[in-house]
Write a protein that binds this ligand. Structure first.
Ligand SMILES: C[S@@+](CC[C@H](N)C(=O)[O-])C[C@H]1O[C@@H](n2cnc3c(N)ncnc32)[C@H](O)[C@@H]1O
Length: 192
């Protein structure tokens, strides 16, 4: 496990006491398209704002993150909300994703390019990948995230492996970030 990353993120989350558990607007905008049952994986989901929202909607959610502070915060929020939520401390740069199949894999604001080889292996046929990450143009208006955490403009579709694009947009969002946003699906094998 990358101890530096873990401590850095733990420190950040410790500073953010009372942070909002409001789910991502992008995720909420997809409400009509998301599965309402089955297993979901929130990859690097932080303190669980999106995972909790999905769990409330009836999905069986596993939240992965390197930060134990974030995972503990998510566990407390889930207990208070009375919804089941499974948290796993994982270094996504070094450890595998827990095995699927998942009806939904969510990965927002976390970029590890090798994961694109793994997403199709953990998705159920017909399952959805929901992914969003700022691109280099974001630096024109925002100093963070720094360049090493950004996608190149136009890079995202080329990272996809074995999945079919359902929707892809790239541009300035209502929140003032330049983001690439993708929904993709693992096409079911005919007759399987
Ligand atoms: C920018 S936050 C995004 C959190 C959430 N997905 C969101 O959109 O608000 C990045 C998250 O990635 C986690 N993270 C950073 N490096 C990681 C790693 N190597 N393995 C797992 N999680 C990691 C951090 O702890 C943090 O919660």
């Amino acid at each position: 496990m990358s101890e530096d990353d873990r401590q850095r993120w733990n420190g950040r989350y410790c500073e953010q006491t009372g942070a909002s558990l409001e789910p991502s607007r992008f995720l909420q905008s997809l409400a009509d398209r998301l599965p309402g049952t089955g297993r979901a994986l929130d990859v690097a989901g932080g303190p669980g704002h999106d995972a909790l929202w999905l769990a409330r909607r009836g999905l069986e959610v596993t939240l992965l993150d390197i930060s134990d502070v974030a995972l503990e915060r998510a566990a407390v929020a889930a207990r208070e909300a009375g919804v089941p939520l499974r948290g796993e401390r994982v270094d996504l740069e070094a450890e595998p994703l827990p095995p699927g199949p998942y009806s939904l894999v969510l990965c927002l604001n976390f970029l590890s390019r090798p994961l694109f080889d793994v997403f199709p292996k953990v998705l159920a046929p017909g399952g959805l990948l929901v992914f969003a990450q700022p691109t280099r143009s974001n630096l024109l208006r925002n100093p963070h995230p720094s360049a090493r955490f950004l996608l190149e403009d136009g890079e995202l579709p080329g990272l996809l492996r074995g999945l079919e694009v359902v929707s892809y947009t790239e541009g300035w969002t209502g929140e003032g970030r330049h983001e690439a946003r993708l929904v993709a699906t693992l096409r079911p094998v005919p007759g399987a």
